[in-house]
Design a protein around this ligand. Structure first.
Ligand SMILES: Cc1ncc(COP(=O)(O)O)c(C=O)c1O
Length: 382
């Protein structure tokens, strides 16, 4: 048997990768499992996006390797997307790097800036990939607490007590997954001041700003943020293109160049049709977000009823692609989600997969039709 690399000793297979095998096995046994766990948009991309990829397939150069930095039209589309939606000016030639989804960017950024043993501040609860990638590059995760009482924002008093000497990167993610919490411009200003004081690269992972959120905000809208912060963004949720794999990292030209140094050694460009489709998506106006959110709001109303039926509590003022709910006393997140899976054939996410501070919470996704959510509600009520 070939020994696996040491770097994998502390990295588990991604929760959903493992759990979905179990769900598939239950389905194979004939269990009618409904999955309301995952944030994979079921709604379609807009018609012109699909038409653009179809047309691109017939162009002669579509099948060749593409530019490592994406076609100019894609970077220009991303520049316009930032200018229109966030009021942030970016240079399309130097300050934008298209990615195959923002998830891969987490690895590229980590490889570009972390040495073995460097420390990385990671939100608890937060997207699990920040910690697993940190471990894969043999850096050290340092989890910082987010909690309901603190509106799921960093507690700087607590952070200042940490030894921040070797911290090189801090991952932040507002609007926040899994809780849906948002950071205001003032919150970002405080974060930038903290980062400058300690010379820590801030990476704001920002794929959710348009899903049941008004006033989309980029961290780069803060004066002086570009000196110390970059941002990841994604077309996955914003334009229902999760499977297409299109995202971006934006910020200071030198930082972007360093990330390209890694990325250009990892892949050989993104399929032309996907880039052309992405260009069309990025042109969509506010009406697109409004029509999307109209559907998500109707779904959320049913998810709220599901959580009421489970005696869970949740904050109705919080938006996002998920509903994050506090479970009743006397059970745990995993005990409750396992009970729902085995007794009601409903797969829902335990808060603990996002870190220890997720204990006591569960998360439901809005990427399921109203009819299916109604069926979940019926099962829970019966
Ligand atoms: C917080 C967060 N960041 C990044 C991603 C990855 O998104 P993408 O599809 O752009 O890779 C997700 C996906 O669920 C996410 O929740």
């Amino acid at each position: 048997m070939i020994q696996k690399a040491d770097r994998l000793s502390d990295v588990k297979e991604y929760y959903f990768s493992k759990k979905l095998r179990e769900v598939a096995a239950l389905k194979n046994e004939g269990k009618p499992v409904i999955n309301i766990a995952i944030g994979s948009p079921d709604l379609q991309p807009s018609a012109q996006v699909i038409e653009a990829i179809q047309q691109a397939v017939a162009t002669p150069n579509a099948h060749q390797y593409q530019s490592y930095q994406g076609i100019p039209a894609l970077r220009e589309g991303m520049r316009d997307f930032y200018a229109t939606n966030y009021n942030v000016d970016l240079n399309a030639a130097t300050e934008i790097l298209p990615l195959m989804g923002s998830k891969e960017g987490i690895m590229h950024i980590s490889m570009a800036f972390l040495n073995k043993g460097d420390k990385v501040l990671i939100p608890n609860p937060g997207y699990p990939t920040y910690a697993s990638v940190t471990k894969l590059v043999e850096a050290e995760p340092v989890f910082y607490n987010l909690n309901e009482a603190g509106n799921w924002l960093p507690n700087y008093e607590e952070l200042e007590k940490e030894d921040l000497e070797n911290v090189k990167i801090m991952w932040v993610n507002y609007p926040h997954m899994p809780t849906g919490a948002v950071a205001s411009k003032e919150d970002f200003e405080q974060l930038i001041a903290f980062a400058k004081k300690h010379n820590i690269l801030i990476v704001n992972d920002n794929p959710y700003s348009f899903i049941i959120h008004k006033n989309a905000l980029s961290i780069l809208a803060v004066e002086g943020a570009k000196d110390i912060a970059i941002e990841l963004n994604s077309l996955s949720k914003t334009y229902n293109m999760a499977g297409w794999r299109v995202g971006m990292v934006v910020g200071d030209a030198e930082i972007i160049k360093t990330i390209l140094q890694v990325k250009s050694n990892m892949d050989s460009g993104m399929f032309l049709g996907i880039q052309k489709g992405a260009v069309e998506a990025l042109k969509l106006s506010n009406e697109w977000f409004e029509s999307l959110n109209e559907i998500y709001l109707k779904r959320r109303a049913i998810v709220w009823q599901i959580f009421d039926a489970l005696n869970c509590t949740y904050d109705k003022s919080i938006g996002g692609l998920f509903v994050w709910a506090k479970i009743p006393e006397g059970t745990t997140s995993e005990a409750l989600t396992d009970k729902l899976l085995y007794e009601k054939d409903v797969f829902i996410t335990p808060g603990t997969i996002f870190g220890s501070n997720g204990e006591g919470y569960i998360r439901a996704s809005l990427c399921v039709t109203e009819e299916v959510l109604q069926e979940v509600l019926n099962r829970i009520n019966n």
